[in-house]
Write a protein that binds this ligand. Structure first.
Ligand code: ATP
Ligand code: MG
Length: 470
């Protein structure tokens, strides 16, 4: 009995964080961060700063991930040293930013973003008519720095030297409950920066959690403020939302909060196209799967896939007007990019890649050995083959033929030679290639085409039959 009481007392003592002023301090036994998941370079930055007498902590998303046991993708450090004090301490460090300066400490491929504690809005900031902060660049204390962060789960400070987590806003508890709770008055903070509404949705979806009711309450009414956000920032945030690892849930939540019209108006249009819902669903499922298995997702592939049904519908319309395949596709791509993409701040190189992925699609219909080598040399060949798999999974391209292309993309140069030689022999055995005019006639049926052009092993399960190259 007494033993049990002592045991309970001791376990409570260890479970409860030490509370100092407004802070809770969690020891290693309590936060259980696995040091092997912490970047050596981030630890190094903290150590160097601390050796010089400054405070230095890993902050933000990295601490959130570490407390949950995930490996963070990047690391930020916050310190009471100013940028001028930080820079000379590292061999490769540069001060960046005009509005608010911070330091990039560079270690090979890895950059540790190191910023000075900042103070939150004092009410004397420059804001627009809706309350959006236009400048905030005042250095502050650690406690002030915590208060100007968005959600409690994003305001944790991890000291990798002492292995403690400092928590001013009960973020560890919220994090364990997968609860996204705004620091301060939610409406004011959403007005200050409407992007926080999208971040709330993203973190709730990513953690499979919920937005705390008081935080959620003003979102519907403030959703329209998203239109004040600069395009490039909106695009970055949209991309993060679509690649949070739970994109389908995130889109549902966006819709529920009335945010999607201002964030991804194109999605509704795509969903209205024939087969649009299936294509978007599959694209997002595959994206989630890639993200969860730690693979990267290319923005161009993602947007090429999300917009494909619109491109395809317009392409077919142009073909029905007797236009040739390539100009018909080019016009369709221009139209979709001008209408939906030019408004988003998607970089030009991404739109160039999207076009390349789309333009390779008709070329997959006919396997002409001489041309195949040239196709494999194109930089987006693999992405275009991946894209073809999506189309096959939606029954708009023959799945066996699509697999042949995927195998080719995965093959070594020697294996590629074998595959292409095998195809040549197969086509020769089947007799002379059909004259181009005949082929054009068959372009409304992809499966019969693939059978006549060497896809002798096809299952013929293609359905809508995208137009063939001419
Ligand atoms: P991820 O890197 O997965 O996008 P993150 O939380 O690290 O998530 P960042 O944009 O890298 O997001 O920001 C780092 C930290 O800066 C956040 O954790 C948060 O503390 C703070 N922060 C970022 N954006 C805002 C914002 N709009 N308002 C207030 N604080 C923010
Ligand atoms: Mg981050």
């Amino acid at each position: 009995m007494i033993k049990n009481t002592i045991r309970t007392f001791v376990s409570r003592l260890f479970a409860a964080p030490v509370q100092k002023d407004k802070r809770r301090i969690y020891s290693q036994e309590q936060h259980k961060i696995d040091r092997r998941l912490v970047s050596r370079n981030a630890i190094k930055v903290c150590e160097v700063l601390q050796q010089k007498g400054y405070d230095a902590f890993i902050v933000g998303g990295a601490v959130r991930d570490l407390v949950l046991g995930y490996e963070p993708k990047d690391f930020d450090v916050a310190t009471n040293a100013t940028p001028e004090e930080i820079r000379p301490l590292f061999r490769r460090a540069r001060i960046i930013g005009r509005r608010f300066q911070l330091v990039h400490v560079v270690f090979g491929q890895e950059i540790i973003e190191t910023s000075t504690f900042r103070a939150p809005s004092q009410g004397n900031q420059h804001t627009d008519a809706d309350g959006r902060i236009l400048n905030d660049n005042v250095f502050g204390t650690q406690q002030e720095d915590a208060a100007r962060r968005d959600f409690t789960l994003n305001a944790l400070y991890y000291d990798p030297v002492r292995e403690i987590v400092i928590d001013y806003h009960n973020g560890v508890a919220d994090l364990k409950n997968h609860l996204v709770r705004m620091i301060g008055d939610p409406e004011t903070r959403f007005r200050e920066d409407p992007v926080r509404m999208l971040r709330a949705v993203r973190f709730a979806s990513k953690l499979n959690g919920t937005i705390e009711p008081a935080t959620q309450a003003p979102i519907h009414q403030l959703a329209g403020l998203i239109k004040n956000v600069p395009d490039s920032r909106l695009f970055d945030e949209t991309l993060k939302l679509l690649t949070c690892g739970n994109a389908i849930v995130a889109l549902e939540q966006l819709r529920k909060e009335g945010l999607h019209e201002n964030v991804l108006p194109l999605i509704d249009q795509v969903l209205r196209q024939p087969g649009g819902e299936q294509f978007v669903q599959l694209t997002l499922e595959r994206t989630d799967h890639r993200v969860r298995s730690g693979k990267s997702v290319s923005p161009s592939f993602l947007f090429a896939a999300l917009l494909w049904r619109l491109v395809d519908v317009n392409w077919k319309k142009n073909l029905a007007r007797k236009e040739h395949t390539v100009p018909a596709l080019s016009q369709a791509a221009d139209l979709v990019i001008d209408t939906h993409i030019s408004k988003m701040a998607i970089q030009r190189r991404h739109t160039a890649d999207m076009r390349e992925i789309w333009f390779m699609q008709p070329r997959f219909e006919r396997r002409i050995p001489k041309q195949i080598w040239r196709m494999t040399e194109q930089p987006r060949f693999r992405a275009a083959c991946d894209f073809l798999q999506l189309r096959a999974a939606c029954n708009e391209f023959d799945s066996v033929l699509a697999q042949w292309w995927m195998d080719l993309a995965d093959a070594t140069p020697g294996e590629r030679t074998e595959m292409i030689d095998g195809l040549t022999a197969e086509q020769q055995a089947a007799g002379p290639a059909s004259p181009p005019r005949k082929r054009r006639k068959r372009r409304s049926n992809a499966s019969s085409k693939s059978r006549t052009t060497g896809g002798g092993n096809t299952t013929g399960n293609a359905s809508s039959g995208s137009p063939a190259a001419s």
